[in-house]
Design a protein around this ligand. Sequence first.
Ligand SMILES: Cc1cc2nc3c(=O)[nH]c(=O)nc-3n(C[C@H](O)[C@H](O)[C@H](O)COP(=O)(O)OP(=O)(O)OC[C@H]3O[C@@H](n4cnc5c(N)ncnc54)[C@H](O)[C@@H]3O)c2cc1C
Length: 195
Amino acid sequence: MTFRDPLFFRLMQQFTGNEAGTGGLVTFKDSNWLLSVVLPHQPHFIDQPDDIRVCWGYGLFPNKPGNHVHKKMAECTGGEILTELCSHLRFDVHAPYILESAICIPCMMPYITSQFMPRSKGDRPPVVPRGSNNLAFIGQFCEIPEDVVFTVEYSVRSAQTAVYSLLKLDKKISPIYKGHHDMSVLLNSFKAMLK
Ligand SMILES: Cc1cc2nc3c(=O)[nH]c(=O)nc-3n(C[C@H](O)[C@H](O)[C@H](O)COP(=O)(O)OP(=O)(O)OC[C@H]3O[C@@H](n4cnc5c(N)ncnc54)[C@H](O)[C@@H]3O)c2cc1C
């Protein structure tokens, strides 16, 4: 979504108490499409003009009719998706102006959850298959023990592994962050659970 006016961002900041880029996802748990929206720090792009705001969101159930727009999300225009979002946010009074001054471009990502499909050990090849001297697998569908997919780090680490080992470079692969071994993370998780 591209907003030619900061109004939507201002309203979101009032609603969440978070300045863009400082909060997490906002998920509408009662939304039929299970809509979420994410407001990153602005400017997001190099040379982004001062009065332009960009953000994105997603729906996990695109084949259900919306709560306010009674169509499947998959069949909606960007304007209709933005209308549904503004309705969940109770921004109805401002919605006509927001819609007029924004562009929302829908994008279908049918394979986005493919990385999380059940699989068996051995389904994914190691980055450098045994015996390989000139072939390696990089990206999200190779196996890196103890790492977690759907992260940029995973792809970067796979490329580091491929290049360093095939070229026999004496360089260290970036270590995997293990939050579940970090006492402060465990403590904060525990506190959050008690809230
Ligand atoms: C909506 C969304 C939100 C995400 N949020 C986060 C996040 O907050 N943090 C995070 O760490 N990760 C996030 N991810 C995951 C992260 O974006 C990906 O894991 C990462 O971009 C994968 O990098 P990659 O280089 O392996 O593959 P890609 O970035 O997919 O690059 C593959 C490239 O190959 C090109 N290509 C494909 N086929 C061919 C072909 N035959 N010939 C030539 N080129 C081809 C594609 O066009 C593409 O440019 C998110 C992903 C999505 C979809």
